[in-house]
Design a protein around this ligand. Sequence first.
Ligand code: CMX
Length: 135
Amino acid sequence: MLKKINHVGIVVKSLEDSIPFYRDQLGMTFEGTEEVAEQKVRVAFLQIGESRIELLEPTSEDSPVAKFLEKKGEGVHHMAYEVDDVEVALTKMKEKGVRLIDETPRRGAHNSLIAFLHPKATGGVLTEICQAGEH
Ligand code: CMX
């Protein structure tokens, strides 16, 4: 059901301050930034091989990422696994008793469809499943 790691999400205070490290010092390919209004974040994608990292900056104080920053500081926030169809994946996971945050998919970056599984049910790792939109 899960095809591959789509991206790893990393929370930062400022995209502008963080992008140069990944792009210039680590040499990843910067793909651009985008605001994901529904998640109250601004994100930047950097490509590494066939995968990506997603830098996340909160756009408001009630963003889930703002709460994470305040409690834990900058760092790895979530793992995102790619599926062909998020709705089918959610139904299957629900049948297997997985604790979901999102019962129905939401819009993510690049017009993707995303849903989160609760970190309390995944050994402390916030887990996203995503159906890729266009890149
Ligand atoms: N990874 C692991 N654990 C996490 C976590 C994370 N990213 N975020 C929160 N937690 C843990 C907390 O440490 C806390 O654990 P304890 O009770 O042991 O202290 C518990 O989850 C509850 O955390 P909280 O700070 O009280 O926060 P909330 O319950 O209000 O929200 C969560 C947590 C995961 C349900 C919420 O952040 C959420 O719905 N996340 C999904 C949406 C999201 O993260 N969007 C941003 C990314 C969007 C994108 O990629 O486009």
